[in-house]
Design a protein around this ligand. Structure first.
Ligand code: KG4
Ligand code: ZN
Length: 369
């Protein structure tokens, strides 16, 4: 389906994300968020200690239509007013992706709107570019946003941990990524060993504030490999062993848990910053970076941000983070932004033929059958 020339110069896009355990719909005008509604399923998955796919699918099916309605209402718009609909096609949980995609197709067809398939990891990589719709300020955010290229996106979530070189919107190259668990997944699994509940990442951050990060020692993984990939499963095993040794002597008291959380969180972030520093040194010789964006659920962590800023400083680089914590984790606004950028690039897909792609990689073609 082609997008014709009648749309306003800055596209207004309804963005939909049902990739994992949050049902989200948002309306953006270019980079500006007009609404961003998230129906969280965290409580539903808590008893399972992780996302349970059939429960996720059912909750998405229940929540998706009301979530879209509220997103449009808060933006004071109707579907007729939007330029296009953008929906996550992958990566993510297949049954969860299917719900968003099916509803998006129905809406696009009924309302004669172009439908754009979005890669969830592109959206996390660019989420730091979203801007507030401030009624007080007369500031108009230019679209597309002006960026000093090339940029490096650091995306750290429950499913991914990657360094992405961006030379232009739509041009992504993964330079390093985890070869096993994602950093968020690792924090969640170790947090579970500490009985912190699900997801444990944010609780680990809270506990770490009261703990001594030097008390427990964990290895720095993959220091001898020349590439910029990461690995978190060894850290997880080290945590399990350390905990077993410790609890053999005495059950953990509150301070032990705080110290463990602080030490383990520190180890996870030390691995990321070590690899980042090596990558930046390498890029200085080949493709000097001008901008750095942070995204993904773990990006909400203040200790991580501090560690990344310290790593970037010697390279003269500043860290651009999402403007709110809500924009770090899964949200429809980042999907809408990618949709608006796809329209700007003149990239359209035949929405009716879009398929879910649970293992979609960055820079992979989004299939339409
Ligand atoms: O991006 P996201 O919402 O979902 C995925 O696409 O995976 O990321 C969720 C992950 C979970 O592992 C969660 O524990 C972690 O982000 N997370 C945090 C924090 N907030 C969320 N990890 C550490 N510190 C936080 N403050
Ligand atoms: Zn995500």
């Amino acid at each position: 389906m082609k997008i014709h020339g009648t749309q306003p110069s800055v596209p207004i896009v309804l963005g939909i994300d049902t990739s994992c355990d949050d049902t989200s719909a948002a309306v953006v005008r270019g980079t500006t968020i007009l609404s961003n509604v998230i129906a969280s399923q965290t409580q539903l998955h808590q008893p399972y200690g992780g996302v349970f796919p059939t429960v996720a699918k059912q909750a998405h099916a229940t929540n998706i239509t009301p979530t879209i309605k509220v997103a449009l209402k808060r933006a004071h718009l109707e579907l007729a007013d939007v330029t296009a609909i953008a929906v996550t096609v992958g990566p993510g949980l297949a049954p969860a992706l299917e719900v968003g995609l099916t509803v998006a197709k129905q809406l696009a067809s009924t309302h004669h709107k172009p439908l754009i398939g979005i890669n969830h990891m592109e959206a996390h990589a660019l989420s730091a570019l979203l801007t507030r719709n401030s009624k007080q300020s007369t500031q108009v955010h230019s679209f597309p946003p002006s960026i000093s290229w090339p940029a490096l996106a650091i995306t750290i979530s429950g499913g991914h941990t990657e360094f992405v070189l961006i030379t232009a919107f739509g041009n992504y190259q993964v330079l390093g990524q985890t070869i096993d668990d994602a950093a968020g997944e690792c924090l969640d699994k170790v947090g579970r060993m500490l009985n912190l509940g699900y997801p444990a990442g944010p609780i680990m951050e809270e506990f770490a504030v009261f703990g001594n990060s030097k008390r427990y020692h964990f290895p720095l993984p993959m220091t001898t490999t020349q590439n910029f990939d990461m690995s978190f499963s060894g850290l997880k095993t080290a945590a399990r062993n350390t905990l077993a040794e410790q609890t053999e002597q005495a059950p953990l008291n509150k301070q032990d848990v705080y110290d463990f959380a602080a030490s383990f969180q520190h180890a996870v972030f030390a691995h990321i910053t070590y690899k980042l520093s090596r990558l930046l040194t390498h890029l200085q010789k080949t493709t000097p970076i001008s901008s750095v964006f942070l995204g993904g659920g773990v990006a909400a962590n203040q200790s991580l941000r501090t560690a990344l800023r310290a790593t970037l400083k010697p390279y003269g680089l500043k860290l651009r983070t999402p403007i709110s914590q809500r924009l770090c984790s899964d949200n429809g606004a980042m999907i809408g932004l990618c949709g608006a950028l796809a329209i700007y690039r003149g990239e359209t897909t035949d929405g009716a033929l879009l398929e879910r792609q649970p293992r979609l990689k960055l820079n992979q073609i989004i299939h339409t059958q």
